[in-house]
Design a protein around this ligand. Structure first.
Ligand SMILES: Cc1cc2nc3c(=O)[nH]c(=O)nc-3n(C[C@H](O)[C@H](O)[C@H](O)COP(=O)(O)OP(=O)(O)OC[C@H]3O[C@@H](n4cnc5c(N)ncnc54)[C@H](O)[C@@H]3O)c2cc1C
Length: 235
C-alpha cells in the first residue's frame, strides 16, 4: 500500500482557528491579520494561542471549524475489501479504479495484483492463497479473451464488467478521495481503532501521519487528546 497527500488546503490550522474566532466576534475575520484574530485567546505566542484554541474546540465538541480544511489522498494497492470499508464513510468523495476499464494483465505475477493478509502468511498458506487467486484470474482472462479455447469462453466473450465478478476481493485497486479534517478524525475514530481490520487500520494510520504534517496542531492534538478515548467523535 502506498498513501500520498495529493492536494490540501493551505494553512489549515489557521483556517480552522479563523472560522472558530468568527463565531465570537463582530469583526470581519477576512479584514484582520491572524495575530489580531487570535488576540483574545489565552497564550503567550500566536502558536500557543492556536494550540489552546484547537484543544478547547475538541474538548467542547465544537467540531464545525474543522470542516473547512480539506485533504485529498491518493492510495495505491489496497484490496477491494479495504476499499469497501473506507467507502462506507459518506462525508468523503471517492474515485476508485474501475475493473471494467482497467484489466489486470494476463499472465502477470498474481502476487503483484492481490493483497495477501498477514495471517495467511503467518499460517504458511501463502502459496495456496496465491494459487487460488491465480485460478480466479485465469478464469477471468479466459472469459474475456476471444482467442481462448471455446471450452473456457463458451460461444462468445464476456465483457470485463461481467467477467470481473470472478476476481478475488483481494484484487488491488487504486483510489483518490477527499475529505475534511473533521471527517478524517471521525474515520480515524472508527478505523484506527483496535476492532477495525488491519488493512483499513494501516490505511488510516498512514493518513493520520500525513495529516500531522499537513495540519500539525489539529492532528497532534487529536492524537494526544482524542484518539482512543471512549466517546468517539461523530461529525
Ligand atoms: C469494526 C467495524 C465493523 C463493521 N462491521 C460492519 C458490518 O458488518 N456491516 C456493515 O454494513 N457495516 C459495518 N461497519 C461499517 C459501519 O457500520 C459504518 O457504516 C461505517 O463505519 C461508516 O461510519 P459511520 O456510520 O460513522 O458513517 P459516516 O458515513 O462516516 O458518517 C459520519 C457520521 O455522520 C452521521 N451520519 C451520516 N449519514 C447519516 C445518516 N444517513 N443518518 C444519520 N446520521 C448520519 C453519523 O453521525 C455518522 O457517524 C463496520 C465498521 C467498523 C469500524
Amino acid at each position: 500500500m502506498k498513501v500520498a497527500l495529493l492536494a490540501s488546503t493551505d494553512s489549515p490550522d489557521e483556517l480552522a482557528c479563523r472560522a472558530a474566532r468568527n463565531d465570537y466576534t463582530t469583526e470581519f475575520v477576512a479584514d484582520r491579520g491572524f495575530a489580531e484574530v487570535m488576540e483574545a485567546v489565552d497564550g503567550g505566542t500566536v502558536e500557543e494561542k492556536k494550540a489552546n484554541l484547537i484543544s478547547q474546540l475538541m474538548e467542547r465538541g465544537h467540531y464545525g471549524p474543522f470542516e473547512h480544511p480539506n485533504a485529498t489522498f491518493a492510495v495505491r494497492g489496497i484490496s477491494r475489501v479495504c476499499m469497501a470499508q473506507i467507502t462506507r464513510h459518506r462525508h468523503a468523495s471517492f474515485d476508485v479504479q474501475s475493473l471494467r476499464y482497467t484489466i489486470p494483465e494476463p499472465g502477470s505475477d498474481v502476487r503483484g495484483s492481490v493483497v495477501t493478509p498477514p495471517s495467511v502468511e503467518e499460517a504458511g498458506l501463502n502459496d495456496e492463497f496465491l494459487e487460488g487467486c491465480e485460478r480466479q484470474f485465469e478464469l477471468y482472462h479466459n472469459l474475456i479473451d476471444e482467442d481462448a479455447p471455446k471450452k473456457f469462453r463458451g460461444d462468445g466473450t464476456t465483457p470485463p464488467e461481467d467477467a470481473r465478478f470472478l476476481l478475488p476481493m483481494a484484487t488491488k485497486v487504486n483510489m483518490v478521495f477527499t475529505l475534511n479534517a473533521r471527517a478524517l478524525m471521525h474515520v480515524a475514530d472508527m478505523r484506527a481503532a483496535a476492532d477495525a481490520q488491519w488493512e483499513v487500520r494501516e490505511l488510516t494510520d498512514r493518513m493520520l501521519e500525513l495529516a500531522e504534517d499537513w495540519m500539525p496542531t489539529t492532528f497532534e492534538t487529536y492524537r494526544e487528546e482524542m484518539l482512543g478515548r471512549k466517546n468517539r467523535l461523530a461529525p
